[in-house]
Design a protein around this ligand. Sequence first.
Ligand code: EPU
Length: 338
Amino acid sequence: MTFIRENYDLQTLNTLAIKANSRYFSQINNINELIEIIKFAKNNDLQILILGGGSNLIFSKDWEGITLLNSIKGIEVINENEKEVELKVGSGENWHNFVLYTLDNNFFGLENLALIPGTVGAGPVQNIGAYGCEIKDFIIKVEVLDLEDKQIKTFDNKDCNFSYRKSIFQNYGKYFITQVYFKLSKLENNVLSYPALITYFQNINMDLSIVTPKDICEAVIEIRSLKLPDYKNIPNVGSFFKNPIISNEHFLKLKDFFPNLVAFKNENNWKIAAGWLIDQCGFKGFKDNGISTYDKNALVIINIESKTGKEILNFAKIIQDKVKEIFDINLEIEPRII
Ligand code: EPU
């Protein structure tokens, strides 16, 4: 029998520490429990909210349905040869612990994605990415329970429609991700293209040719710790806005006015560093109504005085309006708004 709580406060379960009441709440450890709860939700006409680490959510209101905290665990090697290994991982596993497990076992590829908060199951939802890598490059397939027909389905990598911070799993309320299948390498295949990583190793006088995946993991942990506050002490959701993509024409116009613009070329357009745009507007460390941007990274909004989601969104609007006025760029909020 699965345990269901009523009127459950989600404040400790979201990293922005927003107070939000969930009408019902249950922790899910396996598929049988999940199926049982879905029946309960259907019978009571309740909307389902799936919660992993709560690190990519903004509650702008209470949740009138049922919240399911994903605790499906397990890491299994399902195939391997001298070069590669395939792993099946329970979606409720902690992402960073999983990355550490892979490195302890000399399975390489995920080192650039160290210290990203949240669960393994949340990874494919927004195609987590950092320091030159994205989770999509290591996923074979994603297993889900379809919440409508209660059937287990699998999506091969290409069917997940991954792109920058996007996938089909953002069709919230349709699927519960149960397992993620990864293919990792047993051979070191370092990605050292990201400027901050290169600078890190240059600063400690380490030749890039001798860097190991474990070194990269350590470097990423250190760089992230400097730029992204620990949500346990300073509530935040990492990057609050996506890095906007603009046309070549728009880029050329801006570059004339702002020669230091931080931009990365895609095929036909440019990805602009949102943190730089916000910083240029003078908003680094900006504080209003108990909410502020982080003084070491303007892209991070911190909820120091336990404000509501609505207040945080109002604060974000001040930034969005200014960036629009100065750069003619619309900043899109990165986390999911409830
Ligand atoms: N910058 C500033 N001022 C600031 C912040 C940034 O000038 O206040 C400049 C930096 O100097 C740098 C550029 O903006 O030249 C980019 O900054 P950074 O390398 O820190 O990366 P980012 O674009 O801010 C993205 C991801 C992060 C990811 C890092 C590393 C998005 C929205 N964010 O941040 O992901 O960890 O790159 O790859 O794509 C997240 O999604 O929550 C997240 C933290």
